[in-house]
Design a protein around this ligand. Structure first.
Ligand SMILES: Cc1cc2nc3c(=O)[nH]c(=O)nc-3n(C[C@H](O)[C@H](O)[C@H](O)COP(=O)(O)O)c2cc1C
Length: 294
């Protein structure tokens, strides 16, 4: 299949030269060049970020760049990584206060989310203008939003500046969830959590004037990766526990299992693609055969 290659650094610098960006926003779409943001950023769920300024004024803005990240034990925690342009009030408030509440918003808040993204004067609360109802937070100062299915209370633990955007790393310290969504999720065979709240996925920004286009998730169809392959008692497991599982289910014989483990040991002793080329090729071939076997 043919592929198109793009030097994105070059494309962005050309668009930067010919387009006057508004407060750091630079639209990379087919109207401005031969590339699109959406070839990098796939449809992404959006959320409202509520912060407070130094005087105590509430601020709320829709944000799409970023996602939740789960850390492993010990000291496991939920984090949230979020990119906010330096021109935003949200960015200034997060820098100064180090706290925010992140709330995913459902389709029923299409209009309210549009209002929250309007350039209201600093200090004027988007929550009030959008007629959204504050709910108290338990560990941070900014409030959550009653109409949203969840409110994640976050504290900034790191920040990194790149191209006029601040990438914040937040620790999620408390969460409140709508009782209705919580009960639906517990009773659901796949327990997909927030997706049950009919969230919206930003798919593009186009037209004149530019506007956000969203799509919604089709909840009727679930695509599950097969139970016939992989560790039979854990999600990922280890290489050895995976191979044991494959022998148990009959995908490989005891002899094949032994051969694979011998190759695995030889490869782990010297994972050099040149010096140990033969072992690498043999192990790759055995594993390819194993995973594709009907
Ligand atoms: C759906 C949507 C997603 C957005 N995502 C981001 C984002 O990821 N980062 C960002 O800096 N601005 C984003 N914006 C733009 C800000 O929400 C917008 O400029 C807002 O007015 C900023 O408000 P503030 O200055 O009160 O923070 C987004 C807007 C919308 C409508």
């Amino acid at each position: 299949m043919e592929r198109k290659y793009f030097d994105v650094e070059e494309i962005i610098s050309q668009v930067e030269q010919k387009t006057r960006s508004q407060g750091g926003d630079l639209l990379i779409d087919y109207d401005s060049c031969d590339f699109s943001h959406r070839l990098v950023q796939p449809p992404i769920v959006c959320y409202l970020v509520t912060t407070k300024d130094e005087r105590g004024n509430l601020n709320c803005a829709p944000i799409s760049m970023g996602s939740a990240v789960w850390g492993g034990a010990p000291d496991a925690a939920w984090y949230f990584v979020m990119g906010v342009l330096g021109s935003r009030q949200t960015e200034k408030n997060l820098r100064a206060s180090g706290e925010c509440v992140i709330s995913y918003y459902p389709y029923s808040l299409l209009k309210e989310s549009h209002i929250a993204g309007l350039p209201l004067p600093p200090g004027i609360s988007e929550l009030e203008v959008a007629r959204l109802t504050p709910v108290p937070s338990s560990k941070v100062s900014p409030c959550g939003i009653a109409e949203c299915p969840n409110n994640m209370e976050c504290r900034v633990i790191h920040r990194y500046e790149a191209s006029g955007t601040t990438i914040f790393i937040l620790k999620i310290v408390a969460v409140n969830v709508s009782q209705e969504i919580y009960e639906q999720d517990r009773a659901h065979p796949y327990q997909p959590g927030m997706v049950l709240a009919d969230l919206m996925y930003e798919v593009s920004l186009n037209g004149k004037p530019e506007r956000i286009n969203y799509m919604r998730m089709d909840l009727k169809q679930v695509y599950r990766t097969g139970d016939e392959l992989g560790d039979d008692s854990a999600w990922t497991g280890s290489f050895c526990s995976w191979m044991e599982s494959e022998e148990r289910r009959g995908r490989i014989s005891a002899k094949e299992h032994e051969d694979i483990l011998r190759l695995y040991e030889r490869w782990m002793e010297n994972p050099d693609p040149v010096g140990n080329e033969g072992t690498k090729a043999a192990l790759s071939a055995r594993l390819t055969e194993l995973v594709w076997k009907e």
